[in-house]
Design a protein around this ligand. Structure first.
Ligand SMILES: *Cc1c(COP(=O)(O)O)cnc(C)c1O
Length: 451
């Protein structure tokens, strides 16, 4: 043992320190003892004690009080960032969650009869109307919705899918694996780049239970490519007497063509093209909570609702409250674009972004020599993969810390800020920051420079 390590205080001695004794008046003794032990252990590894033991213990206690899951300021400009929790919710959705979370609710009680009701009633009419479909069902997420739909419609039988759609959507979500787990047998048709209606037609035989289209949501295919229109596939499926299922992925309900965002399939169009079931996420372009939405014909949605997996995948009351409130905002399209944060962020004008960047730069410490530069934001979440969203970035000179060093300190700060690194600069994109966050970002930068 080195001399310095022998000099480390004991827990008992630290607890007798006057400042630590004050802490003990407000913090449980066990928590202070743990923090003191950790401080000593850290000092042993570092081979040096902190200058101020009481401050070190206080710091460790406040770290502990901070929940593992906490808010982050997103300065990346990626609107639907899966690692940052995808869609921030509309005010109306937050109010609905708060109202339902605080007490009891009529989640599964029919208040008219006093008898047992169904949780799947709550978003049913609104979602069906928004999608232009006969019926609707909400489950935990879109991957779950796909498993449920395939199990309900095609367990033990074959489902036709184009080879160009056997895609990986994220981490552990690959379409062939999902299909296998659903109990349906995958039957590939066509080729990676080109699949024709004929390919589906030739593969149809009595053991085929459905035709499935999965939107290639996180990449673009260009060049010598072809795939049949959904309406043509729906007609073929109808002639064969099997359902046509369409996983559109991101759940675009709004019309964003005015803003040049046209490459993503709209839910309404997919339903109108004749799909028996259309599946999508609640927390991508729809801008609501994590959820899996199934919309379609009465018969097919009823089959899904009655399937035991629907119980295993059911949505909770907070999700249903938030989704219902979000869908209600869509009843007026102009309000939706203004009040649903994802739509608002995607439709900010270049002037608005330039002004926001200038205000944000004004909050940055002068040592970082903030400059404005043109750049691009991203839709993210596997939506509009090729879309270009011009923005104005605040570029910071991180000095000796370097952009990665400053970026690390910002992530570990309170509030945590997630930024982008571009070359030698740290980049902040105002598109994904709340307007009121400028001050907080400025302070976080100040702290990061001092840390
Ligand atoms: C994102 C996505 C999913 C998965 O949605 P989750 O809600 O994350 O489960 C499924 N299919 C497609 C095409 C997607 O883009």
């Amino acid at each position: 043992m080195t001399d310095r390590r022998r000099q480390l205080p004991s827990v008992d001695r630290l607890l007798r320190d006057a400042e630590v004794e004050t802490l003990l008046r407000t913090v449980p003794r066990a928590a202070v003892v743990t923090a003191a032990r950790e401080a000593i252990a850290a000092a042993r590894t570092r081979r040096a004690g902190p200058e101020d033991w009481a401050a070190e213990i206080r710091e460790r206690l406040s770290e502990r009080r901070r929940p593992s899951l906490h808010p982050v300021l997103n300065a990346t400009g990626v609107v639907l960032h899966t690692n940052l929790g995808r869609a921030p919710l509309a005010e109306a959705a937050i109010r609905a969650i708060t109202a339902v979370a605080a007490g009891y609710s009529n989640l599964e009680l029919d208040l008219g009869t006093g008898r047992r009701g169904s949780r799947s009633e709550h978003c049913r009419a609104l979602l069906a109307r928004a999608a232009g479909a006969e019926d609707a069902l909400v489950v935990n997420n879109a991957a779950g919705a796909l498993v449920l739909a395939l199990n309900a419609v095609a367990a033990g039988r074959e489902v036709l899918i184009s080879r160009g759609e056997l895609i990986e959507i994220g981490g552990s979500f690959r379409i062939p694996d999902i299909m296998a787990r659903s109990g349906a047998r995958l039957r590939e048709v066509g080729t990676t780049n080109r699949t024709h209606l004929d390919d589906y037609q030739r593969a149809l035989h009595p053991d085929v239970a459905a035709i499935l289209t999965v939107h290639r949501s996180n990449f673009e295919q260009r060049g010598f490519v072809a795939s049949p229109e959904p309406a043509a596939l729906a007609a073929l499926a109808a002639r064969a007497g099997v359902p046509y299922l369409h996983d559109v992925g991101s759940g675009l309900l709004a019309d964003l063509s005015l803003w040049g965002l046209t490459s993503e399939p709209r839910v309404l169009d997919a339903v109108a093209a004749g799909a028996g079931l259309v599946l999508f996420s609640g927390d991508k372009l729809l801008g609501g909570p994590q959820a899996g939405c199934l919309v379609g014909t009465n018969a097919l949605v009823a089959r899904c609702r009655g399937n035991p997996l629907a119980r295993a995948l059911r949505a909770d009351k907070l999700t249903l409250a938030a989704l219902e409130a979000t869908l209600a905002v869509y009843e007026d399209p102009a309000t939706a674009v203004r009040e649903i944060p994802v739509l608002r962020m995607l439709t900010l004008t270049q002037d608005e972004l330039a002004a926001a960047a200038a205000r944000l730069a004004g909050h940055c410490p002068s040592a970082l020599r903030a400059e404005l530069q043109p750049g691009q934001s991203a839709v993210g979440g596997g939506s509009f993969p090729g879309a270009v969203l011009p923005t104005t970035l605040v570029a910071l000179d991180a000095g000796t810390l370097g952009p990665d060093g400053l970026s690390l300190r910002l992530r570990l700060g309170d509030p945590a800020v997630v930024a982008r690194v571009g070359g030698r600069r740290l980049l902040l994109d105002p598109r994904t920051l709340p307007e009121a966050a400028g001050l907080a970002v400025g302070r976080a930068l100040e702290q990061a420079l001092q840390a």
